[in-house]
Design a protein. Structure first.
Length: 233
């Protein structure tokens, strides 16, 4: 695995530590985007694709655990770790309960951090690894650029949110097949419930609008079951 292709989000409010970590990780071949608040971190996640997020817990605007919860809601496939001075057992257990792949305590040696990150990325599921490498997908007359989260047709380009991108990629991977509500929600939202289903319907309506310039494409609603992304020959 080539670390130079891996993009990391660092959410850290300490200016000295944030700068040092960003510089050291970049020196070791990673691309790093540094966000100094939880809100900026979440905003950045809606604009870029990442391979891993590194989260502090004690942030000035919101608890890092809240940031992690939002990641699980909006970018369920993104792995994240905590790097924090909060070392109580209750905090560690809470971090792992939220889905963290590691919980690292400050201060940490920079070399150890790099080794841990590389090991974590190397352990990602093969399916996720393969998906990350498929940067450009074709759908009818559209081209989907996963890296920039752009859906293009002719000279028109539509910027997608993380959720829109994840949903469209999932539908493309199961094109002309029934994608049940349950399967989509568990895969992308992490929970199959009433409110997430309402949210799913909203995002499907967004994608229908984006795909309307190619009449060969449609997203069919199968009552009480799910959706089918259809492409006519």
């Amino acid at each position: 695995m080539n670390a130079s292709k891996k993009k990391l989000l660092l959410v850290e409010d300490d200016p000295t530590l944030g700068y040092l970590l960003s510089e050291y990780l970049q020196m070791n071949g990673f691309e790093v985007v540094w966000a100094k608040t939880g809100a900026l971190g979440l905003e950045t996640l809606d604009q870029h694709l990442f391979d891993l997020a590194i989260l502090d817990v004690s942030l000035p605007d919101m608890d890092g655990f809240v940031v992690a919860s939002k990641i699980k809601e909006n970018t369920a496939q993104l792995p994240f770790i905590f790097l924090t001075a909060r070392a109580l057992k209750v905090d560690v257990l809470k971090g792992f309960a939220l889905g963290a792949v590691d919980y690292l305590k400050k201060p940490i040696d920079e070399e150890e951090l790099v080794v841990r990150i590389k090991n974590l990325i190397n352990r990602l599921p093969q399916e996720q690894e393969a998906t990350a490498q498929e940067r450009v997908l074709q759908l009818g007359k559209y081209t989907l650029h996963k890296e920039t989260q752009e859906l293009s047709i002719n000279e028109h380009t539509q910027k997608l949110t993380n959720r829109e991108l994840d949903l469209l990629v999932y539908l493309i991977q199961h094109k002309n097949e029934l994608c049940t509500h349950k399967a989509i929600l568990l895969k992308l939202w992490g929970a199959n419930d009433y409110f997430n289903k309402k949210s799913l319907n909203v995002f499907v309506s967004h994608l229908r609008k984006y795909l309307q310039e190619d009449p060969s494409l449609s997203i069919e609603n199968i009552h009480r079951k799910g959706f089918i992304l259809k492409e006519e020959a």
